[in-house]
Ligand binder design. Structure first.
Ligand code: MTE
Length: 334
């Protein structure tokens, strides 16, 4: 017999209601000295049918094109991580995005279609036994895919609940075979100037670089996503491969990475270079630590527009709080 112990953050099933529509929101992230601070809001309609997240939900049907020997994009759902919320409408999650390489607007999905995602290679380098380059198909043949429904919380205070297909980040680390001296894993996003007009902006220090400590990377929650809603990742969501760190603000989850480097020193991450007091290295979700320019106490669910309380570590504290034992201060939450 299996007993299901519900984590503290899970809301009662009675509150898990399907959404009818999704409203978009535009928020300009202030980028230090150069960028105008403030937030601009505009609503966009995006309607889609929804599926309830939870034990009775059936997996998505569409699995996407299947190349020889590649695993399907609709693998079994890992029920360890329950979102306790309705899934965000698929259309909303795929038309309301942050991807500064393309645009500072949320409706960049059309522009993102210009991007080339095949062939795709990932360079593994730095403190590893053997630096090498691995193709995405080769990588996918060496891992076992699973689906995870995670809550996804942007520093701008919007939130979604989406089913990612992917594999634990720990599997990628093991495959890379880092040296004992490695302390951080650093992910660098592709730069494709012909497709990504945002790269021209002098305000942003592209390429987009994000990273975590080795302990964070080895935590089971840290995920490498290659699919969404049972299909290959849409380009605007980070195709063909992105990181997914649900206990951290969304900006930590770099999209379309082409380099994984193991280092001894903490990387200079993209947003921390722009505004270190606002978007630091740790960026763990915490309702009690406001962003310097807005409160983080509540979050707005894309789709229903409902405001719900923010939870520390986005509700994943039982899985990750121990990573920060002995560490103190607001810097952990920015
Ligand atoms: N990765 C890259 N390369 N460029 C970006 O601008 N934006 C980040 C993150 N990853 C970003 C990125 C931010 S701020 C958020 S909130 C999430 O992507 C949004 O992911 P989504 O569009 O799939 O919801």
């Amino acid at each position: 017999m299996t007993l299901i112990k519900r984590p503290g953050w899970e809301i009662p099933e009675s509150r898990v209601t399907p959404e009818a529509a999704a409203l978009g929101r535009r928020s300009l992230l202030g980028a230090g000295a150069g960028l105008a601070a403030g937030a601009v809001f505009a609503s966009r309609a995006a309607h889609a049918a929804t599926q309830a997240a939870g034990p009775t939900a059936t997996g998505p049907k569409a699995a996407g094109p299947k190349a020889a020997g590649l695993p399907p994009m609709n693998p079994p759902r890992n029920m360890t991580y329950r979102a306790g919320r309705a899934l965000t409408a698929e259309k909303a999650a795929e038309t309301y995005n942050n991807y500064y390489e393309f645009s500072q607007d949320k409706d960049l999905w059309r522009a993102a279609q210009k991007m080339t995602i095949s062939p795709w290679e990932i360079r593994i380098e730095g403190l590893v036994a053997k630096p090498r380059t691995i193709g995405i198909d080769d990588l996918l043949r060496q891992v076992r895919l699973q689906e995870r429904v995670y809550r996804h919380r942007c520093v701008e205070t919007w939130a979604m609940t989406v089913p990612w297909t992917g594999f634990p980040m720990a599997d990628l680390v093991k495959l890379a075979d880092p040296l004992g001296s490695a302390k951080y894993v650093v992910f660098t996003t592709v730069e494709e100037p012909k497709a990504m007009s945002g790269l021209d902006s002098p305000l942003f220090p592209f390429p987009y670089v994000e990273g975590v400590t080795m302990a964070e990377a080895m935590n089971d929650l840290a995920f490498i996503s290659v699919g969404l809603y049972g299909k290959p990742l849409p380009k605007q969501n980070g195709a063909p491969v992105r990181i997914t760190l649900p206990w951290k603000y969304g900006f930590k989850s770099g999209k379309a990475f082409v380099k994984v480097a193991f280092t001894e020193t903490q990387p200079k991450t993209f947003w921390a270079q722009i505004a270190p007091d606002e978007y630091g290295f740790w960026a763990n979700v915490n309702p009690a630590v406001p962003h310097p320019r807005w409160s983080q106490a509540t979050e707005r669910l894309i789709g229903t527009n409902e405001r719900v309380p923010t939870q520390i570590y986005n509700g994943y504290g039982p899985y990750v709080a121990s990573l920060y034992a002995g560490m103190k201060g607001d810097m952990l939450f920015r």
